[in-house]
Write a protein that binds this ligand. Structure first.
Ligand code: GLA
Length: 511
């Protein structure tokens, strides 16, 4: 609680002079546990659980209704028509069949409301779950109309899927730019913000084009397919009965989502909704899941049934020190710094406090491991004087550098030491060429001004061939913005598109 309040206060104080950093969104999504049986009652129960079980205080704020909320029916003016029995009135004076009812309910709990559509004509529809296949559940041809409608209903967030787009063989970059611009127009028309969640599954490398697509703020993009097909506990058909989550499901989503060069302050690779505590997940698997998503600063949209979480799962989801790693202002993905034996991996990421690192020791194997950490590989000088075990919130003896990790488990540490001296590049320029990132993981901190009034997309070109783009929100007056990013290996050139963007300071840390 104190941490969350401090971040919010820091943002408010900073807002007058600098751009406010936004952590990746946290909340609940209906798909993994309810699939196409989602309805008003289920969403109300889940929202109430989230508001009452400590998750809201921990920072989980979005309640997102995924596919299944409508069946592709529009009126003669093209407006979406929903089933009044699925979305009835909740309060006196409301009308059945109005999505504003559920959005208002979610808001009444102090939470934000999310909804779902597809960038194509059709959505993913009902497959692979029970029920018929429905057409026309996407927004193509109605982008602005639908986004205005979502905002008028009261929604704050929209997940835009890719089933229809893929079926029509569209370009993701082109289609999502249109989506982003339509959202911007809808925001201008209604005076409300609609957060865009891009769900293109990594099929067209969205990490290269999604940050700031269409020149507007688009801050999360899915990097892979679904972590699991939905596990709907109330459906007792043979198909659902046999669905069990495995550690491989979780690890595959993490592995598919590692694109550290693309992620930077405020812009995030989305590893998919979380399956904490769902069928097949053990406490150790939950630790791995929570630890990896926190290390990756990935969106934390929990897809579990929140009314059935065990105290253990809940305490992991609400672990303040893990969430502080997740919400770190740099918002970076971790780097695998070494793998002493195959499947035993040490992942580390720089945090915004000088000399601080988050470290995950992941044991994918089925035998216990003892892992010796070489602090030099984390860009630190000497042995760090302060080590913390995040899961139990206790300090570890400072001289410790060898850690036991059970089979199929994850240790999460926070480490305070001294940074190796960084290199500083000259300020006041719009292009910086020849940044060396050849020796090992290289992390950069950029202070910039962007007086163009809109998101500037800056390219980082690298001799390794792995080029990427950074989206830099506008700055106000003489204020600066900050972006932390990980450089692709090789020699990198940073080039700013417009004349209204300039570097104030670029500091490069070599690990
Ligand atoms: C796709 C998405 C999922 C979910 C389903 C709904 O598979 O990747 O997250 O939204 O569609 O059908």
């Amino acid at each position: 609680m104190i941490y969350v309040v401090l971040v919010r206060v820091a943002c408010l104080l900073a807002a007058s002079t600098t751009v406010c950093f936004c952590a990746a969104p946290m909340g609940w999504n209906s798909w993994n546990s309810f699939a196409n049986i989602v309805n008003s009652q289920i969403v109300q129960q889940q929202a109430q659980a989230l508001a009452a079980n400590g998750m809201k205080e921990a920072g989980y704020q979005y309640v997102v209704i995924d596919e299944g909320w409508w069946l592709g029916e529009r009126d003669t003016a093209g407006n979406i028509v929903v089933n009044p029995k699925q979305w009835p009135a909740i309060e006196p004076g409301q009308k059945d069949g109005d999505m504003a009812n559920i959005a208002a309910f979610i808001h009444s709990l102090g939470l934000k409301a999310g909804i779902y559509t597809d960038a194509g004509r059709d959505g993913c529809s009902m497959y692979p779950d029970s029920g018929a296949k429905y057409s026309n559940t996407g927004s193509e041809g109605h982008y602005e109309q639908d986004f205005v409608q979502f905002l008028k209903w009261g929604f704050d967030y929209v997940k835009v899927d890719w089933c229809g787009g893929a079926k029509e063989k569209r370009s993701g970059a082109v289609q999502y730019a249109q989506v982003a611009r339509a959202i911007k127009h809808a925001e201008e028309a209604t005076g409300r913000r609609l957060f865009l969640s891009i769900c293109e599954w990594g099929s067209q490398n969205p990490w290269f084009w999604a940050p700031g697509v269409g020149g507007v703020e688009s801050t999360i993009w899915r990097t892979g397919g679904d972590i699991i097909p939905p596990v709907v506990e109330s459906l007792h058909d043979p198909e659902h009965a046999k669905r069990v989550i495995t550690l491989k499901n979780v690890l595959d989503s993490f592995d598919a989502g590692i694109h550290p060069e693309a992620q930077h302050t405020g812009y995030y690779n989305d590893l998919d909704m979380m399956v904490m505590g769902m069928r097949g997940m053990t406490d150790a698997m939950d630790r791995i899941h929570m630890g990896l998503w926190a290390m990756a600063s990935a969106p934390m949209m929990v897809g579990s049934d929140l009314t059935r979480l065990s105290p253990e799962t809940l305490s992991l989801l609400n672990n303040r020190e893990a969430l502080a790693i997740h919400n770190d202002p740099y918002g970076l993905q971790p780097i695998k710094v070494f793998e002493p034996i195959p499947g035993v991996q040490v992942w580390a990421k720089p945090l915004a406090v000088a000399g601080r690192r988050a470290v995950a020791i992941l044991n994918r194997t089925d035998i216990p491991a003892q892992v010796q950490i070489d602090w030099g590989k984390l860009g630190l000088v000497g042995t760090p004087p302060r080590l913390r075990d995040v899961w139990n919130g206790r300090d570890i003896a400072a001289a410790e550098s060898s850690f036991p990790v059970p089979a199929h488990d994850l240790r999460l540490l926070s480490v305070d030491g001294e940074d190796r001296k960084p290199v500083e590049y000259p300020a006041g320029r719009s292009n910086i060429v020849g940044i060396q990132a050849t020796g090992g993981p290289t992390f950069a901190r950029l202070e910039y001004t962007n007086t163009s009034g809109q998101v500037a997309v800056v390219s980082v070109k690298s001799t390794s061939g792995l080029s990427t783009s950074l989206a830099l929100p506008p700055t106000a007056g003489s204020g600066t913005g900050m972006a932390g990013f990980i450089l692709p290996r090789g020699t990198a050139d940073l080039s700013f598109e417009g004349p209204k963007v300039a570097v104030r300071k670029l500091t490069v840390h070599y690990w």
